[in-house]
Design a protein around this ligand. Structure first.
Ligand code: ZN
Length: 52
């Protein structure tokens, strides 16, 4: 089951912080990333959560 994360993401298109929730992914370096969509413009948001 996918883990989800909610909180602040920085939207590069709006150039503002947005509250969003999305899926947690782990990349091949073992870094946890949260991926969500900007609720205003729909741009993909990424946030590095750090190592587990
Ligand atoms: Zn945006």
């Amino acid at each position: 089951m996918a883990e989800t994360w909610s909180g602040e993401f920085y939207c590069v298109k709006c150039k503002e912080k947005r509250e969003a929730s999305g899926e947690v992914r782990v990349n091949d370096k073992g870094t946890r990333m949260a991926q969500a969509l900007c609720p205003v413009c729909g741009t993909k948001l990424n946030r590095i959560l750090g190592k587990a």
